[in-house]
Ligand binder design. Structure first.
Ligand code: ATP
Length: 468
């Protein structure tokens, strides 16, 4: 984000704003990528309940989206996988959950009020508005070269806390989760007795009044982030920057992201934010090209210094063993949860043939799939259904299960393949006698027989599901 002359949303004429919003809504619909794969993901998301356009019965609302029954499970799995790796499996990182509604003083100190802007241009011909750094010198809508000079558009959502709307009650919806970690630095230090190097992690919603939200949930005005601020002695910053770029790349690979769809791109000196001495982006090969999933930055002591200066509190670390007092440097891995979810969907989408029939399959890692198991009685027979329910109750404590009784078994397998369920458990007439069930594997479609008694443990081992 950069711009010279900061203009805020308030500076725009009201008529322009109305026109802008309408234009953007139309744009969002028309702008869905024409690319086949993306269209398929958007289609499967809507049809199977991953992601719906928000307020759809009213014609949608400004490129906002709702996560449906399957989407909410998958998004939670993405965030849980991040939390597990960043917090649970470490003893040097703790979590917080800071307020979304936040004081203007935070954003004044962080520089967001002045600088969190994108350069915006208007097309004088069709009156569309665009983010200048994302288009060439022609309007993507009508091709005209008659564009206004770029002006800075502040991306923060402004509101009022309390019944009185005046300067004293102004509040902002946070545009990133990171500042919550900086303003709580002392609280966390004092309550956890951590010492650098240590980190504070947070997962939650952020809001940016993007000029052109686009590409489904890749860029939206409301989204979720997964961020961690890692506080280190200044002399160790470079080595920790390298450590976190490698660790973060590995996280995506461990969750099944193909290596040829992932790359780490180091920013050149002209691309760096003014506070950063090094930044690298984890990029994914989206259908429209390489684009960012996560940024890892060495932020130096910029944030703690800025909040110290504005709050009058000394945000520093005192090392009792050496008597040394210093302001830690910060390495920040900042990822988008919603953006990452759509990248995993894109990477997992596959079509193949089984028994001469075409099928769509999401090859999601079991830890990310909405359901790990589907329990399917072979038919609606009134002896099979009660036994199937008993089987379901055995597996539910171990993982998320679907239970589906209607349609032919083949159709039900296809439905589960399409949403990425790694294992189907079929209860058939033999099950009544041998107290065993058939497990069918999503990827190989191979089937094997497992005693009901051993089922829960078998599934846990086979899918390598995390324990507590
Ligand atoms: P961009 O340049 O694409 O606007 P950014 O570099 O400003 O993004 P950061 O501030 O580094 O993004 O945010 C960290 C992460 O949060 C991004 O890598 C992305 O995954 C996610 N993110 C940022 N903005 C959005 C958005 N509007 N919609 C969805 N995810 C977002």
């Amino acid at each position: 984000m950069s711009a010279e002359d900061a203009a805020s949303q308030d500076d725009l004429p009201k008529d322009d704003l109305a026109k802008d919003d309408l234009a953007k809504d139309d744009l969002a619909k028309d702008d869905l990528p024409k690319d086949d794969l993306m269209e398929r993901i958007v289609n499967v998301s809507k049809r199977r309940g991953f992601i719906f356009p928000s307020a759809e019965i009213y014609g949608g609302f400004r490129s906002t989206y709702d996560y449906g029954p399957l989407g909410v499970l998958m998004l939670r799995n993405v965030k849980d996988a991040w939390w597990r790796s960043m917090v649970q499996l470490r003893d040097d990182v703790v979590g917080i959950d800071a307020a979304i509604l936040s004081s203007p003083r935070i954003w004044e100190a962080s520089g967001h009020l002045a600088n969190f802007t994108d350069p915006m241009v208007d097309c004088r011909s069709c009156h569309e508005r665009w983010r200048a750094d994302k288009i060439g010198d022609a309007c993507p809508n009508c091709g005209s070269h008659d564009l206004t000079e770029p002006r800075a558009f502040n991306l923060m959502f402004k509101t009022y806390a309390g019944p009185v709307e005046d300067e004293g009650t102004v509040a902002y919806l946070r545009p990133e989760t990171a500042q919550g970690m900086f303003v709580n630095f002392l609280n966390v230090l004092q309550t956890t007795r951590k010492k650098p190097p240590f980190g504070i992690a947070q997962v939650g919603k952020s809001f940016r009044n993007e000029i052109t939200p686009q590409n489904f949930v890749f860029r939206t005005r409301e989204f979720e982030q997964m961020e961690m601020e890692y506080f280190v002695p200044p002399g160790e910053a470079d080595q920790w920057f390298t450590y976190w770029t490698e660790a973060r790349m590995q996280w995506y690979l461990d969750l099944g992201m193909p290596a040829d769809k992932l790359r780490l791109r180091h920013h050149g000196p002209d691309e760096l934010s003014h506070y950063s001495t090094a930044t690298a982006d984890v990029e994914f090969a989206f259908p429209w090209g390489w684009d960012e999933l996560e940024g890892i930055a060495n932020r130096g002591d910029y944030d703690l210094q800025a909040h110290s200066a504005h709050s009058g509190q000394r945000l520093e670390y005192f090392d009792q063993s050496t008597g040394e007092r210093y302001v830690p440097y910060v390495i920040e891995p900042a990822a988008g949860a919603t953006r990452t979810m759509v990248a995993f969907l894109l990477a997992a989408y596959d079509e193949d043939e089984v028994g001469g029939e075409k099928r769509t399959v999401l090859r999601l890692d079991p830890r990310l799939a909405p359901y790990q198991v589907a329990v399917l009685p072979l038919s609606k027979n009134d002896r099979l259904v009660p036994l199937s329910r008993q089987v379901l109750e055995r597996v539910q404590p171990v993982c998320m299960c679907d239970f589906d009784v209607t349609q032919s078994i083949g159709r039900r397998y296809r439905r589960q393949d399409e949403v990425g369920t790694p294992l189907c458990v079929t209860v058939d007439f033999d099950s009544l006698e041998d107290k065993a069930v058939t497990i069918r594997d999503r990827d190989s479609t191979e089937q094997s027989r497992v005693p009901i008694e051993d089922l829960a443990g078998h599934i846990q081992d086979r899918l390598a599901l995390p324990g507590c």
